[in-house]
Write a protein that binds this ligand. Structure first.
Ligand code: AQP
Length: 329
């Protein structure tokens, strides 16, 4: 029997999951575990490339696992683990840094955005995409479910794999990006920018956010700034996207038709978006409330054990290929 294709994705424990992360990536994680060999990593070593609080990081790592399990990750169907528990990632990252181009890293927009205006920019923030390539390639993953903002990093991982393979022999598959129908959910407060935690609380809606706060953020979401045009403004398009993702199709179509005929009022649109979003989040919150932290720690421990068994083999192969294998037979 042919073995299943491997899927890998990572998520940073930098706070709570927001609906951008959910619709852009995590929803896909849940669907893919039914079909593929999936490795999902809470990438704590990525989170230390910007200033962080060690206590918060420890807490957020467990919180992120709780969020992911509440969203529907099933430890019987996928391997969920914390990146730093599989130190093979960082060793492979060093090996890959020898075939990663400095020029390519300089072109990474996320590095430019996160480093811009900062007094101190760490070397880790610059080399972060190489560790990300190692996260993927160490499982020989061929599919990577991510949001649109990560496409450039996955393309870099492909180039790194290609260069390694051409210098040292075929070792890594070139991973491809898997996008959802919502690869870029925008901020309600500034719909020209992606929903993101680092912009501040107005700019994201957390999965665990209280209902009133969700309703308030949708109610005050930016819509049209100028006169209404046939093409939706970014804010209106974002509200329609959220409605499409959460409401029954006929409801969505009704609002679309009202928009097309120029009869749409934003107030009922926003009310519908908030209602369906709150409804969609209910089972996730309910599952999260049932989860026990001690069980989650066990799941992560077992996940790291399984991930390590695979990662160790690939690392050994890469070491052999570059000429730093075992000294004794
Ligand atoms: N707005 C988004 N729309 C769609 N997908 C998104 N992702 C992030 N934001 C959006 C996807 O979520 C996954 C996890 O991303 P991450 O671990 O890189 O989280 P993040 O980028 O730190 O989340 P934030 O809130 O967006 O953080 P900052 O503010 O630091 O940039 C990835 O697959 C990502 O593409």
């Amino acid at each position: 029997m042919a073995s299943k294709s491997v899927v890998l994705s990572g998520i940073q424990p930098t706070g709570t999951l927001h609906i951008g992360n959910y619709f852009g990536a995590v929803k896909n994680y849940v669907a893919l575990q039914e079909q593929y060999e999936c490795f999902y990593s809470i990438v704590d070593y990525h989170a230390i490339t910007v200033e962080h609080d060690p206590q918060e990081l420890r807490k957020n790592t467990i919180e992120m696992a709780l969020d992911l399990l509440a969203c529907g990750l099933d430890p019987q169907k996928c391997t969920l683990f914390v990146q730093s528990q599989v130190p093979e990632h960082t060793e492979l990252s060093w090996i890959l840094s020898a075939v990663a181009s400095y020029g390519d890293l300089q072109r990474m927009t996320q590095f430019k955005e996160k480093g811009e205006g900062q007094e101190f920019v760490s070397c880790g923030l610059f080399t972060y995409p190489v560790l990300q390539a190692a996260d993927i390639l160490i499982y020989k993953a061929s599919k990577v479910p991510v949001g649109e903002d990560q496409i450039q990093h996955i393309e870099l991982a492909r180039r790194i794999a290609r260069r390694f393979n051409s210098r040292f022999g075929e070792t890594f598959p070139e991973p491809e990006v898997l996008l959802t129908e919502a690869p870029r959910v925008m901020s309600p407060a500034d719909p020209t920018r992606k929903m993101s935690k680092s912009l501040g609380p107005k700019h994201y809606i957390a999965l665990t956010e209280p209902e009133e706060s969700i309703r308030e953020k949708i109610k005050t979401a930016v819509t049209d700034i100028g006169p209404r045009t046939p093409e939706k403004s970014p804010g209106v398009a974002n509200l329609f996207l959220l409605l499409k993702l959460t409401a029954p199709q006929e409801i969505y179509e009704q609002f679309e038709s009202d928009y097309a005929t120029g009869t749409l009022k934003y107030e009922p649109l926003k009310r519908a978006v908030a209602d369906y979003l709150v409804k969609m989040l209910e089972p996730i919150r309910a599952r999260r409330a049932q989860l026990k932290e001690s069980d989650v720690r066990e799941i992560l421990h077992e996940g790291a054990r399984r991930a390590r068994a695979v990662a160790r083999q690939t690392l050994e192969e890469a070491r052999e290929r570059i000429g730093v294998g075992k000294l004794l037979p």
